[in-house]
Design a protein around this ligand. Structure first.
Ligand code: SF4
Length: 420
């Protein structure tokens, strides 16, 4: 295979992979063994993002962009008139090793269009990971896409070589999937996910008894949803995420704003803005659910089916629930402290530690990094109250927005900007 041809394939297949955002490398603890190549330990701090927010620290490619399916939202769909290419298994192995040796990458993110069948494709993805681990002694991070409908045997094998597995559910609701990808069946996504979940549980249990039990998908599994392709509300999207977190123990759900790529009456037209700000708000809500003890129905319900775009979801919740405020930082428990806008979990921890020794006032809070420009409206401490407490939610919102132009009125950068 000539260098030019490989380069051309790389261009096509790396470009086709850029729509997949589920490539965070956090959570793995595979260390270098037998003086092999790479080390995925601590990979959580090594991913970086392109300007448009996509992760690039991994070699991120498709095995092929041929596909037997015709999902309307996908650039790889069979009816799309694009250049097609496919790597051989050995080519991906060689590229990964070469790029790794040149220090271009720390690992591999490998997805694929479906050629011939789910198993035929999955078999090749697994073969890449297997060769890297067993023949090249590669200990770097590997994220493999699980192909919907792949057999249990292949999914079992995939987890023995990959750090993370993910199957993209793509469209948040069954109705949306039926509309945009009628050939697909939700059960085809759930089956490999369920298999991987069961294997992870089983391997972890065995490892407690037999230390030599191999690792199985040590960085767990994740999924991705496309936002804004099929008209779902934020409420529907977050209930779907909640379902997958709770029932499949996923590490992450990724949200990817739909990039209009085709003229199709079922989809937003070409030229429609990519909903980056909405994507950001969904990530923030996801964060609140996973780390701040919020339930979906508190943030999104039938009265508020979509997130405010001009304030973050925690502030939005607080403005609608002023009856819980002000909260006394010298007395409240962690869960209530975490609900104060402007306080992140680090600040909560610092407050709980520090108040054992003294009563906290504005100065203490400021030094701890609390964003007082927002927090001051929602808390009391050992200083004289200097904020009026008789304002309504909309009045308070307008004051906060006026005083926080840079944070709330500028369109956010595509990078995640998770609130404190
Ligand atoms: S099966 Fe996957 S790669 Fe193929 S068209 Fe659908 S979303 Fe795209």
């Amino acid at each position: 295979m000539s260098f030019e041809r490989t380069q051309e394939k790389l261009k096509i297949l790396a470009d086709a992979a850029k729509y997949d955002v589920s490539c965070s490398s956090s959570g793995s603890n595979r260390s270098n063994i037998n003086k092999g190549l790479g080390d995925a330990t601590g990979m959580g701090i090594c991913h970086s993002y392109t300007e448009d927010g996509r992760c690039v620290s991994l070699l991120k490619i498709l095995l092929t962009n041929h596909c037997i399916f015709d999902c309307a939202y996908c650039v790889t769909r069979k009816s799309n008139d694009i250049k097609r290419a496919a790597f051989k298994v050995q080519e991906v192995v060689d590229l990964t090793i070469n790029f790794y040796r040149r220090n271009y990458i720390e690992g591999l993110f490998l997805s694929s269009g479906i050629f011939k069948s789910a198993d035929y494709t999955m078999e090749r993805l697994v073969a890449v990971a297997k060769k890297l681990r067993l023949e090249e002694n590669f200990n770097g991070y590997i994220h493999l896409k699980s192909i919907p409908g792949a057999s249990d045997e292949l999914m079992k094998e995939a987890g023995l070589y990959a750090d993370r597995l993910s199957v993209n559910i793509e469209i948040p609701t069954k109705e949306g999937l039926k509309l945009l990808a009628p050939e697909k069946n939700r059960e085809d996504f759930l089956k490999p996910m369920r298999k991987v979940q069961n294997e992870i549980i089983q391997y972890q249990a065995e490892k407690k008894i037999i230390k030599s039990t191999p690792k199985y998908a040590p960085a767990g599994q994740s999924t991705q949803m496309i936002i804004g392709a099929s008209g779902e509300s934020d409420q529907q999207i977050m209930w779907t995420s909640n379902y997958f977190y709770k029932n499949f123990n996923l590490k992450r759900v990724y949200y990817s704003g739909y990039i209009p790529i085709s003229y199709d009456s079922r989809l937003p037209q070409i030229g429609t803005d990519v909903p980056m700000l909405r994507e950001n708000r969904l990530y923030q809500t996801d964060w609140l659910m996973r780390f701040y003890g919020f339930e979906v129905h508190e943030i999104l319900n039938n009265e508020h089916q979509n997130l405010d775009l001009d304030v973050d979801p925690k502030l939005g919740w607080a403005l609608r629930n002023l009856q819980y405020f002000p909260i006394d930082v010298n007395k409240a428990d962690r869960l209530m402290l975490a609900r104060i806008p402007g306080l992140g979990m680090k600040s909560v921890h610092k407050i709980v530690q520090a108040r054992q020794f003294r009563k906290l006032n504005w100065d203490h809070l400021k030094r701890m990094g609390v964003a007082l420009n927002r927090a001051k409206y929602f808390l009391v401490c050992d200083s004289r109250d200097f904020e009026r407490r008789d304002l309504s939610g909309p009045q308070l919102k307008s004051i906060i927005l006026q005083n926080s132009t840079s944070k709330y009125q500028k369109i956010l950068s595509p990078q995640l900007n998770l609130f404190e």
